[in-house]
Ligand binder design. Structure first.
Ligand code: ADP
Ligand code: ADP
Length: 217
């Protein structure tokens, strides 16, 4: 099953800045894709369009056989909140909340119940058991990113998008974070797309896509 089908995708920020140029590709459900390429090659822009955070200028994105490229803002937000987990470079945890609440936040915001069996399984997989009552400032960078991974997975997403999730971590913690994202995704058969500068980390993926000057090469 093709979870993602992208056809002739283009993003122009202005007449001079064409960040993504006529890209087409597809991604199988349950597979892991790494995107590499120099700074400015269009990786973040592509990821933002796949995460329905930005509109394409031209082209079509099908997610799970649905054309999402023409969704309005309300539909996009709802789709994202229920189906796509996003992991950022700088963990973006809420400082006033416990780790447990940070993990459950996407569900709490939608007034949805937390599936405690699933929550416990996630927390175990990510080694967060001892940290649940703490607050973000008490955690190391690697631990904070593990919390952000749990928060991304708590909605049972069909797709995980990670934009340089290791960018603020040292090598050991960075390797561990990729390993944990991919291991968690495997357990729940979740499709993953991650951006990295690290060619060694890219090789953990089933497919590596390289971008250069807005195109796939
Ligand atoms: P990276 O190279 O790590 O992917 P960037 O520095 O290119 O990150 O981008 C960081 C953020 O700034 C992104 O949200 C991106 O959309 C935004 N950004 C990048 N370039 C510009 C620009 N020329 N004008 C406005 N926003 C930009
Ligand atoms: P990467 O993630 O590979 O570093 P980006 O997608 O962030 O690449 O950027 C691709 C190109 O688009 C760059 O030239 C960048 O300056 C430009 N760009 C990114 N975001 C914006 C934005 N919000 N407004 C204008 N230009 C942007």
């Amino acid at each position: 099953n093709k979870l993602i089908q992208v056809e002739n995708l283009t993003k122009k920020y202005d007449e001079k800045t064409i960040a993504v140029k006529d890209i087409s590709f597809s991604v199988d459900e349950g597979s892991v894709v790494a995107i590499i390429g120099r700074s400015g090659s269009g990786k973040s822009t592509l990821l933002q369009m796949l995460g329905l955070l930005d509109y394409p200028t031209e082209g079509v994105i099908h997610l799970d056989h649905q054309d999402v490229s023409h969704f309005n803002d309300v539909k996009r937000a709802l789709y994202r909140r229920t189906k796509i987990g996003i992991i950022y470079q700088n963990f973006n945890l809420l400082p006033e909340y416990s780790i447990k609440d940070n993990i459950c936040l996407p569900l709490l915001l939608d007034k949805k119940k937390v599936d405690m069996n699933y929550f416990n399984e996630l927390v175990n997989l990510l080694g967060l058991n001892e940290l649940l009552a703490k607050q973000p400032y008490q955690l190391s960078g690697g631990e904070q990113q593990r919390v952000a991974i749990a928060r991304a997975f708590i909605i049972k997403p069909m797709l995980i998008l990670a934009d340089e999730p290791t960018g603020n971590l040292d090598k050991i913690n960075g390797d561990k974070v990729i390993e944990l994202i991919l291991n968690t995704a495997k357990v729940f058969n979740t499709t993953v797309i991650y951006v990295t500068h690290d060619i060694v980390l890219a090789k953990c993926a089933d497919v590596v896509m390289e971008m250069s000057d807005g195109q796939l090469i």
